[in-house]
Design a protein around this ligand. Structure first.
Ligand SMILES: NC(=O)c1ccc[n+]([C@@H]2O[C@H](COP(=O)([O-])OP(=O)(O)OC[C@H]3O[C@@H](n4cnc5c(N)ncnc54)[C@H](O)[C@@H]3O)[C@@H](O)[C@H]2O)c1
Length: 340
């Protein structure tokens, strides 16, 4: 078992990798605990949840909205949750994003923690303190920066994940390697078959390395003023792909990273060899590297991105495996690069 600390502006957050869910009691405060989970996770894991006070939500990106938040508030009020309540988000990235947001604003904020049950959530979404929901077609438009007390990552919980969800997690792990760690990238190239088979020591290693990369960035720039933008590699186009095509987050980010890599190559900062390496590892992980959707529609969705600033956007370009640069690109230039 390994721990990584994230130093948030309001509190520190501890990511515990390789911990057994049976030990959850060690991390919970002496408080009224209420679990927020989704119906699929509840079906698989209700027996290991530390309380029978459970609020269940649906699944899928469509439920990540203010209606679900309002439903949870009503349930919390019905359960008479006061300021001493501890909210435990128990699920994948959607549950963690919503539970963290609810806990950040219910009664002006109550304490919370996560049990991450998807590979994507263990390696990325559960970590870093970004919480929130989508609004009117804008991804993660309403939210907070607020760190959970802890994030428990038990690899055994991943055994019930459908393979598609394992692949989704791989996309964000490839992203972390691509932006910051060429050795991890080479490890992924050599071990992708074991990863897809969920070999425990390999999974623990890549989750740990991923969280190390993300926490290092978040410790420098929790509120995304500069450094944290690196984590958005593939996300500007990826979020638009996710919205337009209905692909899962990980699949859309995979295609988004490949599109960003092609743009980086066109701008002369990435070699064709490194672009091909990125496409190859994602393809080997059975993730999409190109999509058939109309690029004009993707572009229209992309310029609605909340990271847009006036007529330009901070775009993350790949500078080589393990290195990125952030360039302010005009919307017009980006349109040309995308359509070309
Ligand atoms: N906050 C952040 O920094 C951050 C970073 C990356 C992604 N995200 C967000 O994360 C979300 C995607 O998260 P995700 O990929 O974890 O998807 P998810 O939360 O939708 O989970 C995927 C599916 O797997 C099921 N599931 C979860 N755990 C399971 C288990 N152990 N066994 C069986 N089934 C299980 C869920 O019920 C769901 O149907 C997106 O909304 C994305 O925007 C947030």
């Amino acid at each position: 078992m390994k721990s990584i600390i994230i130093h948030g502006s309001m509190r520190d957050s501890r990511v515990i990798i390789g911990e057994d869910i049976g030990n959850i009691g060690k991390y919970l405060p002496r408080a009224d605990v209420i679990v927020i989970t989704d119906k699929d996770v509840y079906r698989n894991y209700s027996q290991v949840m530390p309380t029978d006070k459970v609020i269940r939500i649906g699944t899928g990106e469509k439920i990540k909205n203010l209606d679900t938040v309002a439903y949870i508030f009503k349930e919390l009020i019905r359960m008479e949750a006061d300021r001493t309540v501890f909210i435990l988000g128990f699920g994948g990235g959607i549950v963690c994003d919503i539970a963290g947001f609810v806990a950040s604003i219910y009664l002006r904020g109550v304490r919370f923690g996560f049990v991450s049950t998807t590979l994507l959530s263990q390696a990325d979404a559960g970590v870093g303190g970004k919480n929130g929901v989508n609004f009117e077609g804008y991804k993660n438009m309403i939210g907070t920066f607020n760190q959970p007390d802890f994030i428990i990552c038990d690899p055994a919980l991943l055994e019930t994940l459908p393979e598609k969800q394992i692949r989704n997690g791989c996309a964000e792990i490839v992203k972390h390697a691509a932006i910051a760690d060429k050795r991890l990238f080479a490890y992924l190239e050599a071990h992708y078959k074991e990863i897809l088979k969920l070999k425990r020591d390999v999974i623990e290693k890549i989750v740990y390395e991923s969280v190390m990369i993300k926490s290092g960035v978040v410790n420098l720039d929790e509120k995304e003023k500069g450094e944290r933008r690196r984590l958005n590699f593939g996300h500007t186009i990826g979020h638009a792909i996710e919205k337009v095509t209905g692909l899962t987050h990980g699949e859309a980010i995979s295609a988004g990273m490949c599109a960003a890599a092609r743009i980086s190559e066109k701008k002369g900062i990435l070699s064709g060899k490194d672009r091909a390496r990125l496409e190859r590892i994602l393809g080997n992980m059975k993730l999409p590297t190109r999509i058939s959707a109309d690029m004009k529609t993707i572009f229209k969705a992309m310029i609605k991105d909340k990271k847009r600033e006036g007529d330009s956007i901070h775009f993350v370009l790949l500078n080589g495996i393990g290195d990125v640069v952030i360039e302010k690109i005009s919307i017009k230039e980006l349109e040309g690069l995308l359509m070309d």
